[in-house]
Design a protein around this ligand. Structure first.
Ligand code: AHM
Ligand code: MG
Length: 332
């Protein structure tokens, strides 16, 4: 799983991508270009986010997205920026976005790749200066090149991802990604306009003592989950919940912990989207040695049936996910 060739901390993202392309021969360089396009859009979105308070671009946009939630201006801006970068890059034939009802065709009929993206995750935190993120998954199209991508191209299982990552716009901005050969993290230096390798070969601690869950919905948690949360409290674990999946996931990935968004009365199928949030994080956590399930089934093996479907998410340190699954099983 780990990379053969360790590149030193401080290597630029561009150089890293180039060296990995040589090492793993994702031959033609198209995936490399796609990753660079995402990094470019991330820099632009980072700039917009940093200016948000000044430019009055936060706040509701007066429109709702397909999930019936208020769209924030920055959600819209991030959506436009990522789509534009991927369209201009030329490697992607089709995009699906959490912010759009339908498939987006880029017009790049020769593009080999499909991207699923949540352009700005953690939208309730935008207006209050708390960390937010971007999440993306990359798939190879299964349809013939030369035309638009199809629904079948878009609804592939998570196991078929060829790349996935997230950008966290936090106390620093970071890009963390995998192409199936381990996980690497890059920190953005705004003065130089470059991402630099800062977290090589990230591995998830086997266990931890942080649990991240919105306990406001505890009354409708599955019985086994209620008992697991009690166990966390009795064990003196730390409760940490930012309300931005990217930020909660990132902290737990580095420190050891579990993030849970279960089925609740308000969100009977869970809140998070399989295609835009769960699959990417599941690929990353597995590549780092962690685990992701919906409480019983491996996230990456769920066969998607619709673009915006939701699923419960139990993700993080392997032993913690195993343990909560034991509690859930015992309940039956
Ligand atoms: P969003 O994509 O609309 O921002 O929703 C996803 C977010 C996650 O980042 C976060 O973990 C979760 O929703 C928080 O939801 P809740 O406020 O119900 O706890
Ligand atoms: Mg989102």
């Amino acid at each position: 799983m780990n990379d053969k060739l360790a590149l030193p901390v401080g290597t630029t993202l561009d150089r890293f991508i180039m060296r990995k392309q040589e090492e793993f021969s994702y031959a033609t360089g198209e995936l490399s270009q796609l990753l660079r396009d995402i990094a470019l859009a991330a820099k632009i979105v980072n700039r917009e986010i940093n200016r948000a308070g000044l430019l009055d671009v936060t706040g509701a946009y007066g429109q709702q997205n397909v999930q019936g939630e208020d769209q924030q201006k920055l959600d819209v801006i991030a959506n436009i920026r990522f789509i534009r970068a991927l369209r201009n890059g030329g490697e992607v034939c089709t995009i699906i976005s959490e912010e759009e009802d339908d498939i987006i065709q880029t017009g790049n009929h020769k593009g080999k790749y499909i991207v699923a993206i949540d352009p700005l995750d953690g939208s309730s935190n935008i207006d209050v200066n708390v960390s937010i993120g971007t999440i993306f998954s990359i798939y190879r199209r299964v349809s013939e090149q030369g035309g638009n991508g199809t629904m079948e191209d878009c609804l592939q299982e998570g196991t078929r991802q060829v790349g996935a990552g997230y950008v966290i716009y936090g106390s620093s901005t970071m890009l963390v990604y995998t192409t199936g050969h381990g996980v690497n993290g890059f920190t953005y230096d705004p003065s130089l306009g470059e991402f630099f390798l800062s977290h090589p070969n990230i591995t998830s601690p086997k266990t931890g003592s942080i649990y991240s869950i919105n306990e406001g919905s505890a009354a409708s948690f599955p019985e086994g989950l209620k008992q697991y949360v009690n166990y966390c409290k009795e064990s003196g674990y730390s409760a940490r919940y930012i309300g931005s999946l990217v930020a909660d996931f990132h902290r737990n990935l580095l420190k050891g912990g579990i993030y849970i968004y279960p089925a609740t009365a308000k969100a009977p199928k869970g809140k998070l989207r399989l295609m835009y949030e769960c699959n990417a994080m599941a690929f990353i956590v597995e590549q780092a040695g962690g685990k992701a399930t919906n409480g019983s089934q491996r996230i990456l093996e769920i066969k998607p049936t619709e673009l915006h479907e939701r699923c419960p998410l139990y993700i993080g340190s392997t032993e913690m996910v195993d343990q909560v699954e034991e509690y859930l099983k015992a309940e039956v």
